[in-house]
Design a protein around this ligand. Structure first.
Ligand code: NAG
Ligand code: NAG
Ligand code: NAG
Ligand code: NAG
Ligand code: ZN
Length: 871
């Protein structure tokens, strides 16, 4: 019998004892990393520090602003009365600060300080492509509130930093974190700055309290294209939220200077990985930062609170759900940025190069913030790659003849690379097999939805099992060979990815630094007859167990809640499973050399054990419900009054792949619809006007259409004044064109959308409409009480033979919809009596949903009016 362990058993511990020996690192490092990743500062209450008598950031103050906006004023959806109240409140805050500013100057005449306030009002239009759809926004009399803090001189105002937050909130949400929190942060920053006795800005700070972001960035478009101060902006800082907990994340940073500026904040939290993930468009969201890039052509920093993203755009985005310390973190970081950018050392005057693709690597690790250029990165990673080859070459010992005859260094490491690659492939395959079982066999997808990291319990063992099973199919390799080939793979990946301009390659650089050190130490400390010392494991795992674990937390905390809004079609289960496999492979790489430390029987036992664990996990998870009261299912309900057909319908849709929505739609139809009429499943596409108010996000919705019982008293007299018509209509038969103004009158109706098919040659929306016959969607957003908008069109007349409908030669069919300003639930709950039948129905349906679903559903109810007209 040829034993693989020629070493006496007494020298080596068994696999379990060895694991036990390593367990402090394996368990404590990720826990420590977790705490570190989520650490927040102590929140402060007092406005002034009692020891220094200097003003300080007060979380209590910030949250009181956020509470006023989100609860006293309420849902500040663009076009509603509450939105106008938010505007008025904001003007008052700005004026109060201006008064404080003047008092500070009166108290100390040598202080150079000036605060100017504007309430900007204006109209405009812009193209806004999102989620692969072409879309146009037009807006009437929307507003922004602007405060400029400067030293009062022309030179001081020449170069300014812009800081932006939005006062409005989205349709289904009171928007406490998104974005009243940021509004509060900016207000408190102004207070601290102007009340600091010896502070005066060398460069101006422009605070933009933007009052229309959720209507697709109209406010920032208005500011950037029309405000007199816009041309002085050299850099932009955007403050946002897509969640309610954890430190504020820097997720877009677009110049080295601004990244260096960020290095001045007390608690940096951001990495180029977040930026590259966001930049890929996979998040399906966008911020005002886009307008600053497009129309101001400046660089800057985009930051958001992203933890607990379950509450993003939900009813429960309330102050009580904002984690303690979040406001303090956000405000102290913002304040430090503004102090630096307005100071003598500020890079603002030199930031004239405009926006271009960023070429700086940055990440924070254990409260250090690292910044280096792509050029430096390329040199570093190349050097490490070359050093790794040297190290592997230097430490190479030919395999024992018993194991493999005559394998040289290259073939030995090639075999190792096959093992390492096989393990990653195996892990991905393993988790996807389990995902298939959960989704397609057991019909229990999203079982991990309520807790971001719980999917690791379901897919972690499967990933490891898959990785280990793959090792049965690869050539036998030595433990040390797996390590050396892993080092080569990682350093080469860092080198290659950086070469093609991917800054996230820093991840491979970091983990390979640990591996490199591990192998170098191993060469010195390993005992005779031993391949790899346990020290090598401790060192090699150090970075993966911390940085790798943090990457896993970050990615899962964003993507798990996202699966609740990515639509029924998205393969959510497989996406999450694959994320666990890939990030797990990064966080626990040394599991592969470790399994090769032992005889084959250990590998086989480990596979059996992991398979049992996976089976148990499947059993436990398939008994779980996907949603609960704080991690709700998103449901959209549209009550449509069709002016053209006289029908009233209810449209219901969900945005996730959890099963059972079909049954829910039937239950709703049975209870609220026409008796005996089942709900109809509707295909979602660009010709689906019922859902145009939320186009193009409607693409994520699985809709059902229900007939409502028709009663004359349900008909709302308002709708008859909602009209779309062609005015100034002129046909130029010779040129084959028609010139018209499309005029939409929408008293009492907001967020109107028109959609039509035409070959547009020119229009007032932008300079280059597509040069073909196509479908166009134009969405409007206007200030409360403004109820007319127009667009001028020059269209190509269709050849008379191909006229779409004989009844309407040469005419365009326009689908139009809008929302009753008084029929939005729960936003308009307080004045439900004015919302008519739709609001009564919403109240009943909401109560019924709450009762039957135990509070696990958050439904948005929109009372819409729509129709069709040929113009
Ligand atoms: C609103 O905008 C229009 C142009 O779009 C402008 O004529 C008008 O003065 C603005 N203000 C108000 C209060 O209507
Ligand atoms: C008055 O303002 C100047 C300039 O900012 C500052 O240096 C000085 O400390 C201030 N004096 C007092 C009493 O706050
Ligand atoms: C921004 O400015 C830079 C430098 O002036 C220029 O190269 C670039 O094309 C500009 N980008 C846009 C979108 O205008
Ligand atoms: C209204 O009814 C007409 C005629 O049935 C239909 O073509 C149109 O799509 C409906 N529009 C909406 C918004 O429901
Ligand atoms: Zn927002």
């Amino acid at each position: 019998m040829s034993s693989p362990s020629a070493i006496p058993a007494s020298v080596r511990w068994g696999p379990l004892r060895t694991l036990l020996r390593l367990s402090p690192l394996l368990l404590l490092a990720p826990l420590y990393a977790y705490r570190e990743y989520h650490a927040l500062p102590q929140p402060l209450v007092d406005l002034v520090n009692s020891e220094t008598s200097l003003p300080q950031i007060s979380e209590a103050q910030i949250l009181s602003y956020a509470k006023t906006l989100s609860e006293d004023i309420g849902y500040r959806t663009v076009g509603t009365r509450e939105h106008a109240l938010g505007d008025a409140w904001m003007v008052k805050q700005a004026q109060d600060l201006k008064t404080q500013c003047e008092e500070a100057v009166n108290a100390n005449s040598s202080r150079k300080l000036e605060c100017e306030v504007w309430r900007q009002e204006g109209s405009g239009s812009h193209r806004f492509d999102i989620m692969g759809k072409r879309l146009y926004k037009t807006y009437v009399n929307l507003t922004n509130i602007i405060v400029r803090v400067s030293d009062g001189t022309e030179e001081g105002k020449e170069h300014a930093v812009l800081v932006n937050s939005h006062v409005d909130s989205t349709l289904p949400s009171p928007g406490a974190a998104d974005d009243a929190l940021s509004v509060g942060v900016m207000l408190d920053c102004i207070r601290v700055l102007i009340n600091t006795p010896d502070w005066q800005p060398k460069h101006a700070i422009i605070f933009l309290f933007n009052n229309a972001e959720e209507s697709l960035q109209d406010g920032s478009h208005l500011y950037t294209t029309q405000h007199p101060t816009a041309k002085t902006v050299r850099a932009a800082i955007n403050l946002e939220a897509a969640g309610t907990t954890g430190p504020e994340l820097l997720f877009q940073a677009t110049s080295e200077e601004m990244i260096q500026a960020y290095a001045h904040v007390p608690r940096p939290f951001g990495t180029i990985i977040a930026s590259e993930i966001f930049g890929s468009g996979i998040m399906m969201s966008d911020t005002d930062f886009r307008q600053f890039e497009l129309y101001l052509n400046v660089t800057g920093l985009d930051m958001a609170v992203t933890g607990n993203s379950y509450l993003y755009h939900m009813r429960k985005d309330l102050v009580e759900n904002i984690e303690t310390g979040v406001a303090q973190h956000m405000a102290e970081n913002t304040l430090a940025l503004l102090q630096y950018l307005s100071s003598e050392e500020s890079p603002l005057p030199s930031l004239t190069a405009g926006y271009s693709k960023p070429t700086t690597v940055y990440f924070q690790s254990f409260s250090y913030f690292f910044v280096y250029s792509f050029k430096t990165a390329q040199i570093l990673y190349t050097v490490l790659f070359i050093l790794s080859i040297a190290l592997v070459n230097w430490t190479f010992v030919p395999p024992a003849p018993a194991l493999k005859q005559g394998r040289g260094i290259i073939s030995d490491n090639l075999a190792g690379i096959v093992a390492v690659g096989g393990a990653v492939f195996g892990a991905v395959l393993g988790v996807n097999a389990v995902a298939f079982v959960m989704d397609s066999v057991l019909h229990k997808p999203l079982s991990w939805f309520t807790q971001e990291l719980s999917c690791v319990a379901l897919y972690g063992p499967a990933a490891l099992a898959g990785a280990f099973i793959s090792q049965l199919f690869v050539p036998r390799v030595r433990e040390v060979t797996v390590l050396t080939s892993m080092l080569l793979v990682q350093t080469f990946s860092a080198f290659l990815l950086q070469f093609i301009g991917i800054g996230s390659s820093a991840l491979f650089f970091l983990s390979s630094l640990a591996l490199f050190t591990a192998l170098a130490v191993n060469a010195v400390v390993k005992k005779p007859g031993q391949d790899v010392s346990l020290w090598a494991y401790a060192i090699g795992q150090s970075i993966p167990s911390t940085t790798g674990a943090q990457m896993m937390y970050g990615v899962l905390e964003v993507f798990v809640p996202l699966t609740g809004r990515m639509g029924e079609e998205a393969p959510a289960e497989h996406i999450i499973a694959t994320i666990v496999a890939i990030s797990g492979a990064y966080a626990l790489p040394l599991s592969i050399p470790f399994i090769h430390r032992w005889p084959r029987t250990v590998l086989k036992r480990a596979i059996v054990l992991l398979s049992i664990l996976t089976t148990l996990a499947i059993a436990v998870f398939s008994a779980r419900e996907p949603f609960d009261a704080m991690h709700q299912k998103r449901v959209f309900v549209v009550h449509m009054e069709n002016i053209t057909s006289g029908e009233q319908n209810l449209h219901v849709g969900a945005a996730d792949s959890a099963p059972g929505f079909n049954v829910l739609a039937h239950d709703i139809a049975e209870r609220f619809g026409v008796p005996g009429a089942p709900p109809k499943y509707v295909a979602m596409n660009d010709w689906n006007p019922e859902w145009d108010t939320i186009y193009p996000f409607s693409a994520f919705i699985t809709p059902y259409k229900l007939d409502l019982p028709l009663r004359p008293e349900y008909m709302d007299p308002l709708e008859h004044s909602f009209t779309v018509e062609a005015v100034n209509d002129n046909i130029d038969a010779e040129a084959g064109t028609r010139k018209l103004t499309l005029q939409v009158n929408h008293p009492g109706i907001i967020w109107t959308t028109v959609a039509f098919d035409a070959h547009v040659l020119e229009w007032t929306l932008d300079k280059n409409p597509p040069a073909e016959y196509a479908r166009h969607h134009i969405k409007e957003g206007s200030f409360y009480g403004h109820d007319v908008w127009t667009v001028d069109l020059l269209i190509k007349l269709p050849p008379s033979s191909s006229s779409t409908e004989d009844d309407h030669p040469g005419k365009i069919r326009v689908d139009f919809v809008g929302i009753h300003e008084k029929a939005m639930w729960p936003g308009k709950k307080a004045e439900k009596a004015e919302g008519g039948r739709a609001m009564q129905l919403f109240e009943e349906l909401d109560g019924w949903l709450d009762e039957t679903k135990g509070g696990t559903v958050d439904a948005t109810f929109l009372g819409c009016v729509g129709g069709v007209v040929w113009v």
